[in-house]
Design a protein around this ligand. Structure first.
Ligand code: ME8
Length: 637
């Protein structure tokens, strides 16, 4: 891993209201930045806004304010969103910053002086909306190939950057540096484009009489700079005035430009050609990710399907949103965004797999060791190797921005620990003094494993990682330097007090159901009508699961209700009216069958999420249990 890591997002058009697409790129860059910081690298993470051009001027005029005042207001939409999404950008560049403008002018002058920029008369098709010329081949039926608006034929003098002469060098650079453009499909696309078309020169000026809102050319003040030429230079100019403590040469070249696939040509052709002309080193990698759609359609204000990231995070939390974006789709491919998919991942992966692992582990530590991490000299070698090995795997995956592979690796540990509980059955070990040492190993391993998970997931879900790590260790994770050194099995000290923790990801479906729960203090007696048969579909509505009773205690002031904590693949509280037939003590460790989709109810003021099945005859009552061992959560069919 480099000791110094410079990562960027595109600078977003200041007129846009940020949506999940913008959030996606920025969250991805944030994860990479956090990961490198944790690994001890010196990180510079840059984002910002692109503030010049016709559209900004028009929007400002419409509001009756100056373009600068307009951009001052509009760029705060992005700044606020980044704060809300826990983005740790080190700097926010605006192309209206004086230092950026000075750098652009200096670079233009340099290129002009060495003959890389020349003046020519140009006649061509121009799209005012996109502020760019198109070749005759590109124009479709007199319309712009990008926005489909009619193009105008314009003849005027303009300045051109002699980009065409870099065509061969660009192809050579891309071929020699296999990781320069990622993913592979985008690299091939760019190579295909460069090999099959003669690369034109780039018109980098706009006459002021047509467009006044831009950076004036230093060698001809009657022109302003083409907005892309100005924008791309932000990556370099920022290193000169926004990255503190070091010289520009320390930060340049960038390690990683993350962009969407829409702007791959500007980044993988224009920008490297500009750098070649400026005799500046090439960035290490340009990664063009895929596109989020809604029901297969492009997000757009006019269609009204734009998803507001702030609204999503208010409902589901920042961590869940960040997790979903990175988990749902392979970085590089397109994906369709839906709330249903988000809820599904939240409930199964965050609430069930992860949240319950943490909850039941800490609850058992509290029950069997008063919340004190026990002393142990033994450990499970497979678990140790898995936990420690993820560190290297994350490095490899994050180098290539394979976020979902990284999450897969962490989830191997989550699943391992869940199975570890089921196979070691701490509740059974706790019953026998001969297995006290084994119980200590199991409980130590669970807490230690969870500590690893808190660190590994921190870049993805910073609030979760921070909260969990400091809950275990008592120190904030973000203040730890070189945290990877602490990813050695056994670093957790015996004697550490780890109290129980409230549900980290309360199930969304449950929360919705709970809203309609009514207080019930009476028992409903259903009269059996033997002649009323139900269909198989009716029966299928009842979800029965195998559950393991982790703890039990009598409900105060009741002689028959017992409050159970049951593992049914998720941790749930069930109140059972079996107190006359079983003591709380003898219930712990039993395997039972639970009705898992019963509406929650309150019995003597205690919430119950499900029902334990029992058979009775006269005064006798026995719990129904499977004929043999099955893991908690197994479905009864
Ligand atoms: O192009 N899915 O700015 P922009 C995924 N100012 N990502 C998306 C997306 C979607 N549906 N929509 C937007 C510009 N993005 C220029 C950049 S850089 C020197 C100048 C993300 O506001 C994605 O990263 O149109 C895309 O490349 C970027 O927003 C475009 O932002």
């Amino acid at each position: 891993m480099p000791d110094r890591f410079y990562i960027t997002t595109p600078i977003y058009y200041v007129n846009d209201i940020p949506h999940i697409g913008h959030a996606y790129t920025t969250v991805a860059a944030d994860i990479a930045a956090r990961f490198h910081r944790m690994a001890g690298a010196d990180v510079f993470f840059l984002t910002g806004t692109d503030e010049h051009g016709q559209k900004v001027l028009q929007a400002a005029e419409l509001r009756g304010v100056s373009p600068k005042d307009h951009t001052d207001i509009m760029c705060t939409n992005f700044k606020k969103l980044w704060t809300a999404l826990d983005i740790t950008n080190d700097a926010f560049i605006r192309t209206t910053d004086k230092d950026h403008i000075d750098t652009v002018r200096e670079m233009l002058q340099r290129l002009y002086n060495c003959g890389e920029i020349v003046k020519r008369t140009y006649e061509g098709s121009y799209c005012t909306h996109d502020e760019r010329f198109w070749t005759d081949k590109e124009v479709i039926d007199g319309n712009c190939p990008d926005c489909s608006r009619p193009v105008e034929t314009i003849k005027e003098d303009n300045y051109f950057f002699l980009m065409s002469k870099y065509q061969d060098r660009l192809i050579e650079h891309i071929n020699k540096n296999s990781g320069f453009i990622r993913p592979e499909t985008r690299k091939n696309e760019v190579l295909g484009f460069l090999r099959s078309n003669p690369l034109g020169d780039l018109c980098i000026s706009r006459p002021k009489k047509r467009l006044s809102w831009g950076i004036p050319l230093p060698f001809d003040e009657s022109y302003v700079t083409y907005v892309w030429f100005d924008a791309l230079l932000n990556y370099y100019s920022a290193t000169g005035y926004l990255a503190k403590e070091h010289k520009q040469t320390y930060w340049w070249p960038a390690d990683c430009h993350i962009v969407g696939k829409d702007i791959v040509t500007t980044h993988a052709v224009y920008w490297p050609a500009m750098l070649m002309a400026l005799k500046l080193p090439m960035p290490e990698m340009i990664f063009a990710h895929g596109w989020w759609t809604i029901d297969g359609k492009k997000m757009s204000k006019s269609v009204g399907n734009v998803v507001d990231p702030l609204a999503v995070t208010k409902t589901y939390g920042v961590d869940a949103f960040r997790y979903f974006l990175m988990r749902e789709v392979t970085f590089g491919l397109d994906g369709d965004y839906s709330e249903t998919a988000l809820i599904k991942r939240f409930d199964t992966e965050l609430a069930n797999d992860l949240g319950n692992l943490v909850n039941r582990s800490f609850a058992m530590l509290s029950k069997y060791f008063n919340g004190i991490v026990p002393e142990t000299t033994e450990f499970d070698i497979e678990l140790k190797e898995l936990a420690e090995g993820i560190s290297e795997r994350l490095k490899e995956h994050l180098k290539l921005l394979s976020f979902n592979k990284a999450l897969d690796a962490v989830w191997e540990l989550v699943s391992f620990l869940n199975k570890y509980i089921d196979s070691n059955k701490p509740w059974a070990l706790a019953k026998d003094t001969n297995t006290a040492q084994k119980l200590a190993v199991v409980m130590y391993s669970l807490v230690e494993g969870i500590r690893f998970i808190s660190v590994y997931l921190y870049p993805f879900m910073p609030k979760f990682g921070e909260r969990l790590y400091s809950h275990i260790i008592g120190e904030p994770l973000s203040s730890e330097r070189n945290i990877h050194e602490k990813l050695k099995w056994g670093t957790l000290k015996a004697g550490t007090v780890v109290t129980t923790i409230e549900q980290l990801f309360p199930k969304i479906e449950n929360e919705r159901k709970e809203k309609v729960v009514e207080e019930k203090s009476t028992t409903t007696v259903v009269e059996e009508k033997t002649d009323e048969l139900i269909s198989i579909d009716d029966f299928a509505k009842v979800k029965l699961k195998v559950g393991k009773i982790l703890s039990a205690e009598p409900v105060p002031k009741s002689n028959k209700l017992i409050k159970l904590s049951v593992d049914t693949g998720e941790l749930r509280q069930v109140v059972a009216g079996i107190g006359k037939h079983y003591t709380a003590e003898e219930l712990v460790g039993k395997t039972v069958i639970v009705v898992a989709n019963l509406k929650p109810a309150k019995l003597m003021g205690v919430e119950s999420h499900g029902m334990v099945l029992a058979a009775s005859e006269g005064d006798s009552l026995k719990l129904v249990t499977p004929d043999g061992e099955l893991p908690a959560g197994s479905v009864v069919k």
